[in-house]
Structure formats: structure tokens, C-alpha cells
Design a protein around this ligand. Structure first.
Ligand SMILES: *Cc1c(COP(=O)(O)O)cnc(C)c1O
Length: 495
């Protein structure tokens, strides 16, 4: 199977080329030329398998030229019990008779990014071998908090790679910042950018399209690659857990064969929910995909009206990993829904770039309404949801997951749709201890690490080991830069 660019489908690439390159040269994103379909009895066979076995099967459908042996090794290493604190890898927690929570934060950085970023380095290494690439891949990452740490952990000391992460100086939580500043490994770099996430992401995109920089780095033996969710190697591992969650529910007889479920996802860059859409495209029985946003509700408006308009105030919220006004992966959805109309996608993306807005045609909007529902939650209702989940279900959730539960609640009231729903839980509540404590009405003067123990004492839930060990680590990276100076940081890092 080959991959094409969303902005020029005449260009086709092997899976290894798509993963090694990250982003297509003309700015488009790689997508499979044809989506594989789950064979008739696949879910039934997968339900009795481990997470790792499910992963090999599903990734194999997308990665021609990768052997099962290669995928088995990658999967065993990425999803080992050294990396994940549960054998299930992505366990499903039953909240009530028709609500299930898919916990995606049992990995080394306690956020769902681990699900993909533990796998991506293996896929990239294999891809470099298959494309006979001799240069070192320099992974550039713009992060709203969780991707950065996840990528640093995934790539640390991986051969033939270096990784440099930019995060918005005032746009990540204390714990996220400390996680990155204390990162270990010989091939890693971290810099704060004075600005918000979009500044960091726009800066990184500029670096990727800077031909002069490319040429200069090539001479020094480097090429730029991406670990952002625009890389296909990030999207693919995310498809696995939706299919896996469905298989768990089948196995545990919570649902019957063929039964449709809704999937509700707290969304920022549209990567996680896009993977759910792809799972549906493969034939997973899914009714609605519910897209949940925080006060930065550009996606809510878009999915409801068909107009994407980033010209709006940017809010810093208690769910910072969703503080995003340009959701890059939406481009992939539009490509599929427009029936692979690359010229149209190029037009929309050009309008987004020049005017900050575009409106999709009615055919696309109809398809969006068939597959998606959307809603947003403000700060107060997000916090109230954390408190009510704890009180009514004795279940502790983080701020991002709370946005999803609140939006689901609104959706159910509005539509009376009582379809069994899987809610993606994207971070450990301990990663956002300050906001979670405040939601639980615990007042404290403390900030940063002491809040971990306070949250544990308050709730009786244990601090995850990777966060508990932060207090013993030393800070290595404290520098920041203006957004115009990101290129200098790259040059210095790859000197
Ligand atoms: C990245 C992230 C999100 C948003 O995911 P997207 O794939 O960007 O939509 C939500 N919650 C948490 C905790 C995250 O780290």
C-alpha cells in the first residue's frame, strides 16, 4: 500500500518514505492511498489477543514491506511492562452501564501521547533502514506540553536520531515543564519559546519549509523529521487503541458483535479523534464521534457550521494540551471526506494560511454531520465535572478528560442518544494536580511537585511512578528564545 500527499495525490510514497519524511515537501500530510478494511471476523479473533498482538495485526494492515517479525519486536519494546504500568497497556474502565473510559495514560509520561510516541521511534528506525538513509534524523517538535515529553522519552538515545523540543514558555503546566527540563539522554535538546503553542508550531513548520536550512543541515549529515501528530507514524498507533477498546468490550461481553458505540475524544490538534475516524473507516462499528473542545472551541464551530475560523481570542485553560487554534490533522479528515480532492484541500489550506479561515462545501459538511457531533466545555463546568465524577463514580479524572465527559453529558441531554460510549482519557490527573485539587475544593499555597502527594492524600489514589520520581531529577534545560530565533537554536543544537 502506498501513501499520498493531501495536497498532491500524484506524489506517492512507500510507508517507510512517508514515516521517514514526516511532512510532504509541498506542505501536505501523508495519508494511505486506500484504507484497509477489517476482514469479517477480525474483531472476533482480535478480542482474545493481547494489546501487543492487536497492534501487530492492525499496523501490519498499513505497513507494507514491514515484516511481522519487525513489528513484533517494535511492539514488544514500545508496549512493555517496563514502559507501561499495566499489562493491558490501554485498559478500559467501566463508569456506568453505557459509559466506558479508555485510559491512555499508563505510559512513561502519563499522557496519551505515549501510546504513539513509544512506537514512532521504532517505526522511524525501521523506515530509515528501509530507505537506506545514512543521515541522522533530527526530530523537531512543537509541543503544547505532552507531546514534547512523550517524544523526548521515546527518542532518547535512539540511534541515528536527535530530538529538539520547543514548548510555549507560559503555556504548559509546572509538572509538564519540569518533566521536559529534567529530560535525560545524550541526543536531546529543549527550549522554551516566548509565545503560545501556535507560535511554536508555526515556527517549526517554517523550519521544515526552509530550503536553505535543509541544504545546510544535509551537509552536516542531518535531515529534519517530525514527531508531531502530522507524522503518519504517530497517527497509526492511535488507531490500535480504539479497536482494542472495542475488542475489550466484546471480550467482557459488555457489548455484542456488531453493536455500534460512540467515541468521545478531548481534542486539540485533531490527531486522536482522527484515529477514531480511521478506525470507523476500517469497519469498526461506530455511530458518532464526539469531538470535545475547551474554551478554544474552533473545532466545535467548524464541525457544526462548516466554517473554520482561527480569528478569535486564544484562551489559556486548565486543559493546556487542547489550547490550539490550528488543528493540523483536520486536513486529513477533509481529504477523505472530499473524496481525495487534493486541489480543494490546497485551496482551503491556502485560505487558512492567508485569511485564517475557510468554509467547506455542503457535501463535506453533510458527511461531517453524519459522522461527528461536537461540543465545548468552559473552565467552570470542566472543574465541576472532575468533582462530580469523583463524587458520583469514585473516579478521578484529569482536566482534559473532564472536558470530554462534560461534552458527552451535554450531547446526551440534547440528543437522547444512549449509545454505549467510549470516552478517551488522555492524561493522568496527577499531571494537572493544581487544577484537579482546585476542582475538588482543596485549597493550598503549594505549587509544583508537593501537589502530587497532596492529591494522593486527598483522593487515596497513588502517584504514578514516573511523576513521583521527578523530585530526584536535576534540571538540565532552562533557556528560552524569541519565536524569530528558533532557527538559531536548531543551528546551535546541530553544530
Ligand atoms: C495532546 C493532548 C490532547 C489533544 O490531542 P490531539 O490529538 O491533539 O487532538 C488531549 N489531551 C491531552 C492530555 C493531550 O496531551
Amino acid at each position: 500500500m502506498y501513501y499520498v500527499s493531501t495536497r498532491n495525490k500524484m506524489l506517492s510514497f512507500t510507508p517507510a518514505e512517508a514515516i521517514a519524511q514526516g511532512l510532504s515537501r509541498e506542505g501536505g500530510l501523508f495519508v494511505p492511498q486506500v484504507f484497509p478494511r477489517l476482514p469479517q471476523n477480525a474483531l472476533n479473533s482480535l478480542k482474545n489477543m493481547s494489546y501487543q498482538q492487536r497492534a501487530i495485526y492492525i499496523m501490519g494492515m498499513y505497513l507494507e514491506h514491514f515484516t511481522s517479525f519487525e513489528l513484533a519486536r517494535a511492539t514488544a519494546s514500545a508496549y512493555s511492562t517496563e514502559k507501561f504500568d499495566t499489562k493491558a497497556v490501554a485498559p478500559v474502565h467501566k463508569v456506568d452501564d453505557n459509559t466506558y473510559c479508555l485510559e491512555l495514560w499508563h505510559g512513561p509520561t502519563c499522557a496519551f501521547k505515549d501510546m504513539a510516541l513509544q512506537m514512532l521511534p521504532h517505526l522511524l528506525s525501521l523506515s530509515l533502514k528501509k530507505t537506506a538513509e545514512k543521515k541522522t534524523a533530527c526530530i523537531l517538535v512543537a509541543t503544547s506540553g505532552d507531546t514534547g515529553k512523550g517524544a523526548l522519552e521515546g527518542f532518547k538515545d535512539v540511534e541515528q536520531t536527535k530530538i529538539l523540543v520547543f514548548y510555549p514558555r507560559d503555556g504548559v503546566s509546572d509538572i509538564q515543564k519540569l518533566q521536559m527540563q529534567t529530560q535525560e539522554g545524550e541526543n536531546v535538546g529543549v527550549s522554551a519559546v516566548i509565545g503560545n503553542f501556535d507560535d511554536a508550531q508555526t515556527g517549526v513548520k517554517k523550519l521544515f519549509s526552509d530550503e536553505a536550512l535543509r541544504a545546510e543541515l544535509a551537509e552536516r549529515g542531518y535531515f529534519l523529521s517530525s514527531a508531531n501528530s502530522i507524522n503518519w507514524g504517530r497517527v497509526l498507533p492511535q488507531i490500535i487503541y480504539y479497536i482494542s477498546a472495542y475488542c475489550d468490550l466484546l471480550r467482557d461481553m459488555e457489548i455484542v458483535e456488531g453493536q455500534k458505540v460512540n467515541i468521545c475524544v478531548p481534542t486539540g490538534n485533531f490527531g486522536n479523534i482522527l484515529a477514531a475516524f480511521y478506525a470507523k473507516n476500517m469497519g469498526l462499528p461506530v455511530n458518532k464521534l464526539i469531538c470535545a473542545s475547551n474554551s478554544n472551541n474552533v473545532l466545535t464551530d467548524f464541525l457544526q457550521t462548516g466554517t473554520y475560523d482561527r480569528n478569535r481570542p486564544f484562551y489559556t485553560t486548565v486543559s493546556p494540551s487542547m489550547d490550539i487554534l490550528i488543528s493540523s490533522n483536520l486536513e486529513r479528515l477533509l481529504y477523505t471526506l472530499s473524496e481525495e480532492n487534493d486541489k480543494l484541500i490546497e485551496t482551503y489550506m491556502g485560505q487558512l494560511n492567508n485569511e485564517g479561515r475557510y468554509t467547506v462545501n455542503d457535501t463535506i459538511l453533510k458527511k461531517i454531520h453524519r459522522d461527528f457531533a461536537a461540543g465545548c466545555a468552559d473552565e467552570d463546568s470542566t472543574k465541576a465535572t472532575i468533582a462530580s465524577m469523583k463524587q458520583e463514580h469514585d473516579y478521578l479524572i484529569d482536566t482534559h478528560t473532564a472536558v470530554a465527559f462534560k461534552v458527552l453529558d451535554d450531547y446526551r441531554k440534547e440528543t437522547e442518544d444512549d449509545t454505549v460510549t467510549i470516552v478517551a482519557s488522555t492524561a493522568s490527573p496527577f499531571k494537572f494536580s493544581d487544577a484537579v485539587l482546585s476542582a475538588l475544593d482543596v485549597e493550598t499555597e503549594e505549587t509544583g511537585l508537593p501537589l502530587l502527594d497532596l492529591l494522593a492524600e486527598t483522593t487515596g489514589v497513588e502517584v504514578p511512578a514516573p511523576l513521583a520520581s521527578l523530585k530526584d531529577k536535576s534540571v538540565r534545560f532552562t533557556s528560552d528564545c524569541e519565536k524569530e530565533a528558533m532557527k538559531d537554536v536548531v543551528n546551535e543544537f546541530l553544530k
